[in-house]
Structure formats: C-alpha cells, structure tokens
Design a protein around this ligand. Structure first.
Ligand SMILES: Nc1ncnc2c1ncn2[C@@H]1O[C@H](COP(=O)(O)OP(=O)(O)OP(=O)(O)O)[C@@H](O)[C@H]1O
Length: 467
C-alpha cells in the first residue's frame, strides 16, 4: 500500500516534470517517456513504448540518442542536441547496473535550453549595442574636445590642434612654448585628453609656485620620518601620482638646477626613489612641459641643463601670441561673451565696431587678458550693447588701425545684420568717428570724407553720443 502510494507520487513527479525523461533497457528499448519529451522531440504520444532508440535515431527523432551513447560507452554522458522542432536540449544519461555489474537500464533527462540561449543571444546583442554606443559617446567626446572648448579659426591654431591630434596617441615628450596666457596649459590638457592615458591622472605642476626648499619632497615624495616636519605616513610625490597618466610641468624654466639633474635621471631611468627611501619604483608617465622662457638662451647662460633641454625638446610646439593669430579673436570674444552672459544671467551684446577695435588690439596678456576684459565689460557696462567707447583707454590707445579696417567693419556688420539702413548707419557712424579723431576741423573732415562741411555738422550732431 505504502509502495503503491510512493510509485504513484514518483510517476506524477516524472509526468509533470519540466525536464524530458526517457528510460530504456539494456537493448535500448523504451520503457518510459514523459509528455515533456514528446513535446520537445515532436513525438505524437506515448506510442513509442517498446520501440528501440536506434530506430528513433534512424527516423531522425532522436539525433543522436543519449541513451544509445550511454549504452555504448557504459558511463554517464552529457550532450547538446537540436531537435526536429527546433529546440536545443542539454541531455544527460546515466547507466544503471545490477548487482552482477550488468547494465540493465539507462535513464536520461534533458533540459530545454532554447529560452536561455535566446536570452543569451539577446544579452550579447545588447552588449554589442552598448559597446557601440560607448564608442559613439567616446567619439563625440573627442570631437567635443577638438571643436568645442578650443577655439581655432586661424591657420596657426588649427595647425597646433592638428599636431596635438597626431602626437597625442604616442608617448613622445611635448614641449609647449609661448608667452603667458596663450593656452599652453589648455593644450597640455588636450594632449592628455586625446591620448590613450586619458582615463589616468593628469598631474599639473607649476614649477614657479613651489618653493625651492619644498621642491624635492613635493615632486619625489618621501618616506615616513625622513625629515623634521614631514608627514608621519610619508607622502607620494607628484611624479608618482602621475603614474600611468600624464605629468605636466608648467613653467619648466623655473625648475632649480639641482632639480633639473634629478628630473633628468627620472626621465632616463623611468625610476623614482622617495626622499629617505631605499627602493626605486618603476614609473610610467608621459611628460608634457611648458615654458614662456627661451630655454636655449637659458642653456647658454648656464641656467638650464643642455641634456635636459634635449630630453624635453622632442616635439616642440610654438604657440603664437594672440595678436599673431587675429582670426581667432572675434570667435574668442563671442565664446567668452556667451560664457560670461550665462554665468551672470546677463544678455549683453558687443557691437561689431567693438569687435573691430578688439581684433586690432595687441593683447599682451593674450587669451587670459581677453577673457578677463569681456567679464569686466559685462559686469561694469550698464548699456545692453558694448561700443568701442566703453573700452578702457589702455586698449583703445593701443590699437593699430589696419589698412582694411573699414572693409572689416562692413564685413562684420553684414555678418551680424541684414538690415541695410542700419548697417549703412553703423558704418557711417564709424567713419565719422574715425574722421573726428583724425581731423582738426569740420572742413578737414569734409575733405577727408568727401562730403560737404554742413553735412559733416549734421552727421556729427546725429552721432554725437558715440563720439
Ligand atoms: N584655443 C582656445 N580656445 C578657448 N579658450 C582658450 C584657448 N586657449 C586658451 N584658452 C583659455 O585661455 C586662458 C589661458 O590659457 P592657459 O592658462 O592655458 O594659458 P597658458 O599659456 O598656460 O598661460 P601661463 O603661461 O600663464 O600658464 C584659459 O582660460 C584657457 O581656457
């Protein structure tokens, strides 16, 4: 009675199991199979009881039969099968031996893997898509780097960006040369951002701001207790912090001579020893250096080591002063106008004639000076449009009027304005203002401008507030 119940329960479990089950005897004759097997293998019903698995194999219903394999090899086996109905099944077969060691049964069960494989396939497709999107985002970021925050209208700046693009993926040392405020630090960052090290640290060291007494400990780091006043735990130096990334040594001309020798050793050996340390650690960084000094001249004066100069001067990039690449100026003005308006929630505009004056100013402080001036004008000028009259005397007094300034003004005016009357008035106003500055009398002005003296009087009245 108890055995009957147990058999019934076992039968129910096998019948309703989600695994397909097939039991054969020692000759491969089917003794039992469950509904899941019929479904997956495309069999009609349990009419296969008594049929041999070899026959089902020849009919292509079980191809191959795991029970037949186990019968042949007399040990447990696992195989993957694709059924007639398109299911992928992982089948496992176990041999059952009697007391005498004869194989009397083979029990096999299989798990339908179709859904899992489909999910795996979908997952892999998604992964490929995500990878594609990742590459796209990285490409966009790189484009953003090239064309967004770096303004480059002039051929000179475009050429610098191209050089940076070409060399940034290598590990070659770059030496950025040029006066203060031209963008050396900005270009150093661009080198790092476009290099294969972009996800690693970018460590910027301004050699002119670290006192000589602290230089060695800052740059090379120190071990615990190596000198009085040192941090108890010791400290990692800036070179070590740049490991795997980029070390940017700004104002390298300010590096004390003793430090120059030590830096040279690090560059040659690619190893670093902290102050008070015994061990030398391998270090892997890309060096970008910058200076506004004439290093060759410093070498001849004995203030800069020749061997270090050669080590640094692998790819020298000269960045011209802003007045040597005037085409960048209007775009830079526009860039900083938008940036500062956004920052302070202002809506100021700059009149084309102001653009013209600023384009022909000498900019001794280069882009940094331009950036500061725009911010100052936006914050201090109350009128909504900034005219040349609003510029400080230090600027208007240093503008060299170019030959083609009138044409430039007209060109600029036309780019901004399609209103013919207004454009003509603006250009007229600029010409009157110029003649007013240049000539001593209204008669002289009339002659200069090719109009009558009363017309000059009339125009002067009209544009009085701009003169
Ligand atoms: N091509 C450019 N487009 C937009 N802004 C720029 C560009 N080049 C430089 N700048 C901006 O100009 C300012 C000065 O640049 P940066 O500090 O890089 O100059 P620098 O040559 O390193 O100056 P210094 O020699 O004084 O350290 C920064 O605010 C920087 O963002």
């Amino acid at each position: 009675m108890y055995d009957d119940m147990l058999e019934e329960e076992l039968n129910k479990i096998i019948e309703t199991s989600n695994n397909n089950i097939l039991i054969t005897d020692q000759d491969g004759i089917i003794l039992y199979s469950n509904p899941k097997l019929w479904e997956i293998y495309g069999m009609k019903s349990d009419s296969y009881i008594g049929t041999s698995v070899y026959q089902l194999e020849s009919e292509g219903l079980l191809a191959p039969s795991i029970n037949a394999i186990v019968l042949k090899e007399k040990k447990a086996k696992r195989i993957m099968q694709e059924t007639k109905t398109g299911h992928v099944v992982m089948s496992t077969g176990y041999p059952i031996f009697n007391k005498e060691g004869h194989l009397v049964r083979v029990i096999s069960y299989g798990q339908d893997q179709t859904e899992i494989l489909q999910l795996q396939d979908q997952f892999e497709q998604l992964q490929r898509k995500v990878k594609g999107y990742q590459t796209e985002v990285e490409d966009l970021r790189e484009k953003e780097l090239d064309y967004h925050y770096l303004i480059a209208r002039s051929n000179e700046t475009k050429h610098i960006l191209k050089t940076i693009h070409n060399v940034s993926k290598t590990d070659a040392t770059i030496l950025l040369l040029g006066p203060s405020g031209v963008g050396k630090s900005t270009f150093a960052r661009a080198v790092h951002d476009q290099s294969n090290r972009k996800k690693e640290p970018f460590i910027e060291v301004n050699c002119s701001t670290i006192p000589e007494s602290l230089f060695e400990s800052e740059i090379f780091g120190y071990e615990p207790g190596s000198f009085t006043g040192a941090n108890k735990q010791g400290r990692q130096g800036l070179i070590e912090q740049a490991d795997s990334g980029t070390l940017f040594l700004d104002e390298i001309g300010e590096l004390p001579l003793a430090m120059q020798a030590k830096l040279l050793k690090v560059l040659q050996e690619k190893k670093i020893k902290r102050i008070g340390g015994k061990k030398e650690n391998h270090i892997n960084f890309r060096l970008v250096a910058a200076t506004n000094q004439d290093l060759k001249e410093m070498v001849s004066q004995g203030r800069f080591r020749l061997d270090l100069f050669y080590r640094l001067n692998v790819i020298p990039i000269q960045i011209p002063a802003l007045h040597e690449r005037k085409e960048d100026i209007p775009l830079l003005i526009q860039h900083y106008l938008e940036k500062t308006n956004d920052k302070y929630q202002k809506y100021k505009k700059i009149h084309p004639s102001t653009y013209e004056v600023l384009t022909h100013y000498h900019w001794p402080g280069n882009i940094r000076e331009l950036e500061n001036l725009i911010e100052r004008l936006i914050l201090t000028i109350e009128e909504p449009i900034i005219f040349p009259e609003h510029l400080p005397q230090s600027i208007t007094g240093q503008v060299d009027p170019p030959e083609d300034s009138t044409f430039l003004a007209i060109e600029q005016e036309c780019e901004e304005n399609f209103d013919l009357k207004k454009t003509l008035e603006n250009v007229e106003r600029q010409l009157i203002a110029k003649a007013w500055k240049k000539c001593k009398t209204t008669y002289e002005m009339a002659e200069h401008l090719g109009i009558s003296q009363p017309t000059v009087i009339y125009k002067l009245k009209k544009y009085k507030k701009y003169l």
